[in-house]
Design a binder for this molecule. Structure first.
Ligand code: SAH
Ligand code: SF4
Length: 383
């Protein structure tokens, strides 16, 4: 079986090269070809000896994900649906802004946590992605965008693990992929520009703090256990007090960083003034946490099976005011890519029902840029 080189961080690639009888610096060259230049064919790697290229051809490959669809929103957001085999699909979304380019990527096909307001949660868990499948989303998007935008510079400056899946329930692959994102010989992203979002897998938050201090976002969504048990079932295992303790410990690993609490605004469920006051009390009871957290209020993206609706804008504004009047930095997330279902929680990647996906997609302004073969980074389509 050939190895997928997207599965390796630099150390792993060095071990692989050593097994082929090659020096470590060859691994660095190879790593740069793959991640910095987007190469997918060994013959492109002109400064590698022909003998090494031949060895690589028989023992390794750079395995891209198949692309099922690509949609470009009127606001510039791009969503890709990737085929990960066995009837599963995952999504990645590129969100361009004036001062940054953010890629939202998936860590699992489906999700086992089963939050009530999340369409991925409703879909259930299918499987963990490999490190190579996580990185393949970034590898593809970065090199596709460079061609598409005709840029020789890096296009993606931020990565958020906010696509499908609970990243901390796929820990080993996640950390491996994060190492590639942060490596200067690969994407060289700063650790503060890579965000892991979690529904609160407490033991793994501690491990992440030790292994890789990226930015942490915690999906809180409720100010008390009774409500959170209902919205985020993982709360029954790791209740709010334990979750907040883990946040405090994380802050000790990543001093001078903020923890972002995400809070999805659900009409009549968690959005009253009383809920806001309860939240203020909750985070303020610990001075460190109180000083080093911020809130991101997310407008709920409805889908029929949830039976939930989005809070009205004045309600969201009033809620935000209570938090910010208490001195808590609070932002309201702008929804992006609404016209292509690319917003949070709208990522539903079930390709078993391709006709349903196609029907949903055809209602939107859909732009299929080019046939898939031409938009793979290895392709010479030259968009
Ligand atoms: N599993 C992780 C990361 C993926 S979800 C987590 O839960 O944090 C990324 C974010 O999207 C989370 O904050 C999640 O609560 C939010 N989200 C999920 N469904 C949503 C929906 N329908 N509308 C708005 N936000 C949603
Ligand atoms: Fe899973 Fe996150 Fe969706 Fe909850 S919100 S079901 S943890 S992906």
């Amino acid at each position: 079986m050939t190895a997928n080189l997207l599965d390796f961080d630099l150390d792993g690639l060095a071990v692989f090269c050593e097994r082929l009888g090659e020096k470590r610096f060859r691994a660095t060259q190879l790593f740069r070809w793959i991640h910095q230049k987007g190469a997918s064919q060994f013959d492109e790697m002109s400064d590698l000896a022909k003998s090494l290229r031949e060895k690589l051809k028989t023992s390794a490959q750079i395995q891209p994900l198949g692309i099922i669809t690509q949609h470009i929103s009127s606001d510039g957001t791009i969503k890709w649906l990737f085929d990960v085999g066995g009837g599963d699909a995952v999504e990645a979304v590129f969100i361009p802004e004036d001062d940054r380019g953010t890629l939202c990527i998936s860590s699992q096909a489906g999700c086992a946590v089963g939050c009530r307001f999340c369409s991925t949660g409703h879909q259930g868990f299918s499987r963990n992605l490999t490190a190579g499948e996580i990185i393949a989303q970034l590898w593809f998007a970065e090199h596709f965008l460079r061609k598409h935008l005709n840029s020789s510079e890096r296009v993606i400056s931020n990565v958020v693990m906010m696509g499908m899946g609970e990243p901390l329930q796929n820990y080993a692959a996640l950390v491996q992929a994060l190492r590639v994102m942060l490596d200067d010989h690969a994407y060289g992203l700063s650790r503060r520009r890579v965000t892991v979002s979690t529904s609160g897998v407490v033991p793994m938050m501690d491990r992440l703090g030790q292994d890789c201090q990226v930015a942490l976002a915690v999906s809180l969504h409720a100010p008390n256990d009774a409500l959170r048990d209902n919205l985020v079932p993982l709360n029954r295992k790791y209740p709010i007090a334990e979750l907040l303790d883990a946040c405090k410990r994380y802050l000790a690993f990543a001093p001078r960083d903020f923890i972002t609490f995400e809070y999805c605004m659900l009409d009549g469920v968690n959005d009253t003034a009383q809920h806001a006051a309860e939240l203020v009390k909750l985070v303020r009871q610990d001075p460190t946490l109180g000083a080093w957290c911020k809130f991101n209020l997310i407008p709920f993206n409805p889908f029929p099976a949830s039976g939930l609706t989005r809070s009205a804008q004045p309600v969201v504004l009033a809620f935000a005011k209570i938090l910010s009047d208490a001195g808590i930095v609070t932002t309201i997330r702008k929804t992006r890519g609404d016209d292509i279902d690319a917003a949070c929680g709208q990522l539903a990647g079930d390709v078993k029902d391709r006709t349903a996906v196609q029907k949903r997609i055809s209602k939107q302004r859909t732009v299929m840029l080019k046939p898939v073969a031409e938009i793979a980074p290895s392709g010479r389509g030259g968009l």
